[in-house]
Ligand binder design. Structure first.
Ligand code: B16
Ligand code: MG
Length: 215
């Protein structure tokens, strides 16, 4: 029996735009610009690692205390956006897919780097749908380490070869591949070329596509 593991940002909702606004404000305060293109580097990456990448871009060195302070500032602003989220922000095709999986009694878990994942899922009304939620609070190693997906597989009582991971970030696709799971990449073919299957967007996650995956 196959099971599914969903990434959150970029697969279920597009929170990248809110991360971007909060990181950009932080960069402005630190005196440098942060572009949307540079924001691509932060997708799927943990909060702490995101700050390190941002500081590298701005060529800024800070004490550990200051970094902790800025992480809190960034997250507070990010949560202001998250708190306004509704089910309208669920990406195309996802609700239909979740309905189909429920109908077929196929279990599915979250496998996200975000420590805010439970709150985001509650805001968009999907928290109770998942058999398991594995997020940034449960892992010590970030993607591409497969830890997050291995924990999810365990919680779903599934062997890696029966897990299908839906991911938008290269690090996530790599984590799924290392775990021996099937990887479905959502996004740019060139960036996600290591994925077993690549779809341009979640709208292409059709029931027919999923039926072919689970036979
Ligand atoms: P938080 P995902 C990731 O979510 C985001 O893609 C990434 O940009 C973010 O830095 C990371 O979560 C941590 O998020 O600050 O909320 O703990 O794609 O793994 O669902
Ligand atoms: Mg993602």
């Amino acid at each position: 029996m196959k099971v599914f593991i969903f990434d959150l940002d970029g697969v279920i909702v597009d929170t990248a735009k809110y991360h971007y606004l909060a990181w950009k404000n932080l960069a402005t305060e630190l005196g440098f610009d942060f572009t949307e293109e540079q924001n691509e580097l932060l997708k799927g990456v943990s909060r702490v690692r995101s700050l390190e990448i941002l500081l590298d871009i701005g060529n800024v060195e800070l004490s550990e205390n200051k970094k902790q302070e800025l992480l809190a500032v960034k997250n507070t602003e990010y949560l202001e956006y998250v708190n306004k989220m509704t089910s309208d922000e669920i990406l195309p095709g996802i609700l239909e897919l979740i309905d189909f999986l429920e109908e077929q009694k196929i279990s599915f878990s979250l496998g996200s780097a975000s420590k805010n994942a439970p709150l985001i899922l509650k805001k968009v009304g999907l928290f109770d749908k998942f058999s398991a939620i594995v997020d940034g609070n449960d892992v010590s190693k970030a993607k591409p380490d497969p830890e997050v997906f291995n924990i999810a597989a365990k919680k779903l009582n599934a062997k890696p070869e029966n897990c299908i991971v839906i991911e938008d970030a290269l690090a996530g696709v790599q984590a799924a591949n290392i775990a021996g799971m099937t990887s479905v990449g959502i996004g740019d073919k060139k960036i996600l070329s290591e994925a077993d299957f690549i779809l341009a967007n979640t709208g292409e996650l059709t029931i027919q596509f999923v039926k072919n995956l689970i036979v």
